[in-house]
Design a protein around this ligand. Structure first.
Ligand code: SF4
Length: 694
């Protein structure tokens, strides 16, 4: 029992784990954080929280924190602690040398979906206006980039359509490739409450996740599809809706591009898209597909919620478009209880995308080739800007291996652990001449860095995060930065060291610049956030108090755009050598690669990652529950313990990726989404065999 004593004051801030964006009161005694209490007035969580936000904040004070800048000549040398001035001078001189030697495009940077909007805005500004290129990307590349591309194509904006409160009006809830109980616990609980009140549930997921069957919650349909067949199943559902006359004709006529609709309807009506044709491909009962389709189209307000099980595929973008097609065809958009809603994994995935962290887009999703947009930023920043899209993360790594990309600034991201095909990532990093890592711990990427800049946790800085429902929440400084500089201050210091200082005294001034340059944020200010608690973008003259539900009277792009969604089987398929398909996910108490949660007491709930395997597959291989097994793909191999369970279907295995020892990304391949390069984490052909342990 730990005596925590009475708090003296409290600061309201926002959880830095998942995209639900729960508000908390950080209760303080002096500068010591005593406890985190879910805030009853938080509009995303209404006083609820999960075990991550509530308990897993102690990493901020963990002894592994790096508090001083460090440099070294070669990545094999030991680190040497230096002053901030020396470290920043090193960054500036190395980046200048590289650009002089190899050209302006030889350096770039990566922003983090863990950092604030203001910090990501600054990084893209640094790269565009100081580095002089568009080589900026975000870790959203490896999670929800297909959401951005798919929803923008269909509806005109790269964001979910609804607010969380909307789920209370849903009659049918469709969960595709998401595990809200573990990944988005507070919203998952809310979903279950709605289901207990009578909403019907359809789950499309290879694994029997908790929400399929839990106390007083039972899915009307669980479609345990074969990994990699999302598009085929979406097309089969669409086939039923079209051929059985379940289209909302008025919605389509009044709101959508008619010729595109007709082309799509003819395409999905083809016999090759029928449930009978798709069932064997996806490993599903055709009647279950028909039943789910009828329920979605006729059950009242139907809302789709989806996660990385949709996006992290070679056809991730196609599946996003296919879901948008279904919602438009059935008129399930533009009112409470409906929509197409990505469940964002990280706290600020939405925000990092909104802030122009992609190599082809300025803040507000405007293409770098758009003259009018470029002029806005050129006038404000006083510099000519590149009109060509820059390099995505995988392109930077490829270019590094080829020899033309030499310097990288990584803010709050661990690409050596979280990006696919670890061997290739490491080869790219090793080929660079200056890798600058800014983080709170010496992460895996730091093994290949020449400069380490100690970052700060969400408790140590001011700013904003934008959650999965486009809600901009304030992050308030609870304690002083332990390294002496918040992340936004470090980016400013790099700009100054490179000869182009940026004039901000507080993150509120950065938000003022975002509002001045980005129409969907035009009405956002810290004063408004103080007054209203939070606000959902678009927030501007037309919607001064924000926009909980989008596309009410018309789509942002005008008319909704149906897209032909041809199913193309992934090249990653099971073979005689690798007969099983591996898919991955998360567990409630842990978060992503575990850098934070493993350094808190939450680790007792999940001390290691395990491999779930069906009893038949285990028996065939002589594997017993708890045995060490070797998990091997064509990319690499790792070792972990087996858990025998029928949560996974025969032929499918599953693991989490919270512990670095698991090295899940040594296994994953280099296939990626055709439109965005989002890696295909969710399908890897593997073999499982007995092992004596690591
Ligand atoms: Fe809320 Fe997500 Fe944080 Fe849990 S992890 S408290 S659900 S924001």
């Amino acid at each position: 029992v730990v005596e925590i004593g009475q708090p003296e004051h409290a600061v309201v801030t926002t959880c830095a784990y998942c995209g639900v964006g729960c508000s908390f009161k950080a209760e303080m005694r002096g500068t010591e954080l005593v406890r985190m209490v879910p805030w009853k007035d938080g509009k995303a969580n209404h006083g609820h929280s999960c075990v991550k936000g509530r308990f897993a904040w102690g990493y901020a004070n963990h002894g592994d924190r790096i508090l001083n800048p460090m440099v070294r000549e070669r990545i094999t040398d030991p680190w040497r602690e230096v002053s901030w001035d020396e470290a920043l001078a090193r960054v500036a001189s190395e980046f200048a040398r590289i650009q002089k030697t190899y050209g302006r495009g030889a350096i770039g940077g990566i922003t983090s979906s863990r950092c604030t909007n203001e910090e990501t805005y600054l990084v893209q500004k640094l790269i565009r206006s100081v580095f002089g290129n568009n080589n900026v990307d975000t870790c959203a590349r490896v999670c929800h980039s297909p959401t951005g591309y798919g929803l923008k194509t269909a509806f005109g904006t790269s964001a979910g359509t609804q607010d969380f409160d909307s789920v209370d009006e849903a009659d049918v809830i469709v969960v595709i490739g998401a595990n809200p109980t573990d990944g988005h616990p507070v919203f998952g609980a809310r979903m279950k409450r709605r289901i207990r009140a009578g909403a019907k549930l359809i789950v499309i997921d290879p694994r029997r996740t908790d929400i399929v069957r839990s106390p007083h919650v039972e899915a009307a349909f669980h479609l345990p599809l074969r990994p990699g067949t999302n598009v085929a199943v979406m097309n089969a559902i669409a086939h039923v809706i079209v051929t059985e006359g379940l289209i909302d004709e008025r919605f389509v006529r009044e709101r959508c591009e008619l010729s595109a609709f007709e082309g799509w309807a003819a395409f999905v009506a083809e016999p090759r898209n029928s449930p009978e044709a798709i069932g064997p491909i996806a490993g599903l009962d055709p009647e279950a597909i028909r039943g789910a389709a009828r329920l979605y189209a006729t059950g009242g307000n139907a809302a789709i919620y989806y996660g990385l099980g949709v996006t992290e595929h070679s056809q991730g973008t196609t599946t996003v478009m296919a879901m948008a097609n279904l919602a438009m065809a059935t008129g399930n958009l533009g009112r409470p209880g409906v929509g197409v809603n990505p469940l964002r994994g990280q706290n600020n995935v939405q925000g990092s995308c909104d802030m122009g962290s992609f190599p082809h887009e300025f803040p507000g999703y405007r293409h770098v080739s758009d003259d009018a947009t470029r002029t806005v930023f050129e006038k404000l920043w006083g510099v000519a800007l590149d009109d060509e899209p820059g390099l995505r993360i995988p392109n930077m790594l490829d270019a590094a291996v080829e020899g033309s990309f030499k310097g990288l600034y990584v803010q709050g991201e661990d690409i050596a652990q979280s990006d696919p095909d670890t061997h290739h990532v490491v080869a790219g990093l090793e080929a660079m001449e200056c890798v600058v890592v800014q983080d709170i711990f010496l992460n895996e990427t730091a093994n290949y860095a020449h400069v380490f800049l100690p970052g700060s946790t969400f408790l140590e800085k001011d700013g904003t995060f934008t959650n999965a429902e486009r809600r901009i929440n304030r992050v308030r400084r609870v304690m002083p930065s332990r390294s002496g500089m918040a992340d936004w201050e470090i980016t400013l210091a790099i700009a100054a060291a490179m000869g182009r200082p940026m004039p901000y005294a507080h993150p509120s001034e950065i938000m003022d610049e975002i509002a001045a340059t980005t129409p969907s944020f035009a009405g956002v200010s810290y004063a408004r956030l103080e007054a209203e608690g939070s606000v959902q973008w678009p927030c501007n003259e037309a919607a001064p108090h924000g926009t909980p539900i989008m596309h009410v009277d018309g789509f942002v792009r005008g008319r909704g755009q149906f897209m032909i969604t041809e199913y193309v089987a992934t090249e990653e398929r099971s073979t005689g050598r690798f007969p099983l398909l591996l898919t991955t996910g998360r567990i409630l108490s842990q978060y992503n690669v575990g850098a934070q949660t493993r350094r808190t007491a939450n680790v007792v709930w999940h001390p290691e990652d395990v491999l779930e395997i069906h009893p038949h597959d285990a028996e065939n291989r002589g594997i017993r529950d708890g045995d060490w097994v070797k998990l091997e793909s064509r990319a690499g191999a790792t070792t972990l313990r087996a858990r025998i369970t029928d949560r996974v279907a025969p032929g499918v295995v599953y693991t989490t990726f919270h512990h670095p020892e698991t090295q899940a990304n040594v296994i994953t391949t280099d296939f990626s989404d055709w439109a965005t390069n989002c890696p295909e984490y969710k399908v890897t052909a593997v073999q499982v065999g007995a092992s004596n342990g690591p």
